[in-house]
Design a protein around this ligand. Structure first.
Ligand code: SF4
Ligand code: SF4
Length: 313
């Protein structure tokens, strides 16, 4: 296959498998400015309890160190916007309504690679979905899928930001896409909408972000963290900066039954979570992203949202 034939084949297969977009970037070290920004972000401790972000810095900054002979980065985007967003408070972020997306995306990427290798046995590659030290949004931007907005998320023109990303690193060349211009312009609605001031001109202060606090933060909340939790209405993730983004008026519903809401069918209040055993919680939400916090983490979250300066459970 020529690079052009291979590129066309991959894109066609990706769309056939249900991905909403597919783009290609040449594998190379990330730009020095991005690398320096990330280094500084880490040094300032914005990663909080996400210590894993400090690991494998060299590989994170250069995908060619991650997969032998890597020449190309294939990035796919999958819409997850639920047809009927929940009005129930406190809330779970939209990405966590249905079944956990990781297996869904990895399986499709493996199928894509398998089909491609049948056509072109010279191809070798690896599929990732949040499973490798790699700057997904950076590469999605490089692959022409959209731009990184002031809310730090990838925004697809005419489609918004409610997308999961998956990546395929492969050993053969492709015809590469060009990055799109940033179209945030003078807008800063996401910064204004953020209930905790986590979005600044300098970027995301992850330790103040409700997505971090509700999902990534380990152990009990400090008094300051409880006060941050009270600024929002979220017990798992937070969509407030996405809800404010004008580009999300283009969001279209994801109809795949994999994403049929499970977690929103539950009323997330202290009494309900406290009444569950760890085992019941684990069984009920086993297939969802919520399994990550376990019942203990969810109880911490619902307690923090529910009462000002309440003691942790
Ligand atoms: S997810 Fe919520 S808390 Fe985090 S930056 Fe966006 S609006 Fe702010
Ligand atoms: S709300 Fe405005 S500034 Fe923020 S990401 Fe969307 S377009 Fe960009």
């Amino acid at each position: 296959m020529t690079s052009a034939e291979r590129s066309d084949f991959i894109r066609q297969q990706a769309l056939k498998l249900g991905f909403d977009a597919c783009g290609f970037a040449k594998a190379a070290p990330v730009r020095a400015t991005d690398s320096a920004y990330f280094q500084q972000w880490l040094e300032q401790g914005h990663q909080g309890d996400m210590a894993y972000l400090q690991n494998h810095f060299d590989k994170r900054m250069d995908p060619t160190l991650l997969v032998d002979g890597c020449q190309s980065v294939v990035v796919v985007a999958l819409n997850y916007y639920p047809p009927t967003p929940s009005r129930h408070v406190p809330k779970v972020a939209r990405f966590a309504y249905g079944k956990d997306y990781h297996d869904f995306i990895r399986e499709k990427l493996r199928n894509l690679l398998k089909t491609l290798r049948t056509e072109d046995p010279s191809v070798k590659g690896r599929a990732f979905c949040d499973s490798a030290p790699i700057l997904e949004r950076y590469w999605a931007q490089e692959a022409g899928l959209g731009w990184i907005g002031k809310n730090t998320l990838l925004i697809r023109p005419g489609a918004g930001s409610y997308f999961f990303l998956g990546m395929l690193l492969m050993n053969q060349p492709l015809v590469y896409d060009s990055p799109l211009p940033n179209r945030c312009g003078n807008c800063h609605r996401c910064r204004e909408a953020c209930p905790t001031g986590a979005l600044t001109r300098e970027g995301l202060r992850a330790r103040n972000c409700l997505s971090y606090l509700t999902i990534e933060k380990k152990g009990a909340f400090s008094t300051e963290e409880i006060d941050l939790m009270k600024q929002g209405e979220w017990v798992f993730g937070c969509d407030q900066c996405q809800e404010a983004c004008p580009w999300n008026r283009f969001s279209a519903a994801q109809p795949d039954p994999w994403f049929t809401p499970i977690s929103v069918a539950f009323e997330w209040d202290r009494d309900n979570v406290a009444a569950m055993t760890d085992t019941v919680f684990a069984e009920r939400f086993a297939d969802t992203c919520l399994a990550r916090t376990k019942r203990e983490g969810m109880l911490r979250n619902v307690c923090a949202v529910g009462k000002k300066n309440a003691a942790n459970p």
